[in-house]
Design a protein around this ligand. Structure first.
Ligand code: SF4
Length: 293
């Protein structure tokens, strides 16, 4: 088994630092790294592409400039601002996190990763991203994009989660870490994708997989996400349609089902029950409405 030596790390680090300015994307949460705004962006980015996050993120932080403003608002207002992002459980988790920040952290987003990880909906990746981008803490940020870069460019073999964590932390070196983390994310998102764009990749010259060949190590590495299941015709799509209908007003169950034409009523009832169990929708009399309306 081959391992990466310190020279490999230094060479890759230099190559990435050199091309980092050309990778930068003009994202508003990078230009204004307020901790709350960064936390909101990272929760939204967990399962949604950057291009779909920019608009909802801007509306969200304009409506709720602080965690306390979000915590004091009803969940229904948060769900309305989540339109277009999908995976609505994240909206409830973010609302719950805002309440915890208000009640346990005096309204201030904590900077320690151990405290950040206590917040609902915040796992290792999100905690490290907030600590790095908002507070300039020296922690590596490893999402699916970075995990692909590590497995291909540095290791040229599949990596376990602890290996990827140790490798990324070692790769940070002594220089500025937030911009380095951002460059890794940008490289993965723009070039080292599931189907990589090696011919135009700015670090191809120092990439082990490119130089040594072999089977692509990324798909078998920990932290590299598999393709999402089809959205069209899925329960996720029905959930989105139900929530979209309820964003306008509460509806009787019969009226709601009538508006979901094309979807089978029995299935819609099951999906609706799931939304109620998740705390996103509530019954009121004979009707249903967004939770906390
Ligand atoms: S050369 Fe290809 S595999 Fe290597 S880092 Fe660039 S895009 Fe990824």
């Amino acid at each position: 088994m081959t391992t990466s030596g310190s020279n490999d790390y230094a060479t890759f680090r230099r190559a990435l630092r050199r091309c980092a300015p050309s990778l930068v994307r003009p994202l508003p949460w990078i230009e204004h790294p307020d901790p709350w705004a960064v936390l909101v962006s990272e929760v939204m980015l967990q399962q949604t592409q950057v291009s779909r996050v920019v608009g909802p993120w801007s509306r969200f932080v304009e409506a709720f400039a602080t965690p306390t403003a979000c915590a004091n608002a009803p969940l229904s207002s948060v769900l309305r601002l989540w339109a277009g992002l999908g995976y609505h459980r994240r909206a409830k988790a973010l609302h719950d996190a805002a309440r915890m920040i208000r009640d346990e952290f005096a309204g201030v987003v904590p900077r320690e990763t151990s405290q950040l990880r206590r917040l609902p909906g915040v796992g290792e990746y999100t905690a490290n991203a907030v600590a790095s981008f908002a507070f300039k803490e020296r922690v590596a940020v490893v999402d699916t994009n970075v995990a692909r870069v590590l497995a291909r460019a540095l290791a040229n073999r599949p990596l376990s989660a602890p290996e990827a964590r140790a490798m990324s932390q070692r790769l940070l070196g002594r220089g500025e870490s937030a911009s380095f983390n951002q460059a890794m994310l940008d490289l993965g998102a723009q070039f080292c994708r599931s189907v990589p764009l090696c011919a135009s990749c700015p670090v191809a010259r120092v990439c082990r997989w490119r130089l040594e060949g072999g089977a692509d190590p990324a798909p078998r590495s920990a932290g590299v996400s598999r393709p999402q299941s089809r959205f069209e015709g899925s329960d996720r799509q029905v959930r989105g349609r139900i929530l979209a209908q309820l964003r306008g007003s509460s509806l009787s169950t019969a009226a709601l089902l009538a508006r979901l034409d094309g979807a089978e009523p029995a299935r819609c009832r099951l999906v609706l029950d799931g939304l109620i169990r998740d705390g996103l929708v509530e019954r009121r009399g004979r009707g249903v409405q967004l939770a906390g309306s």
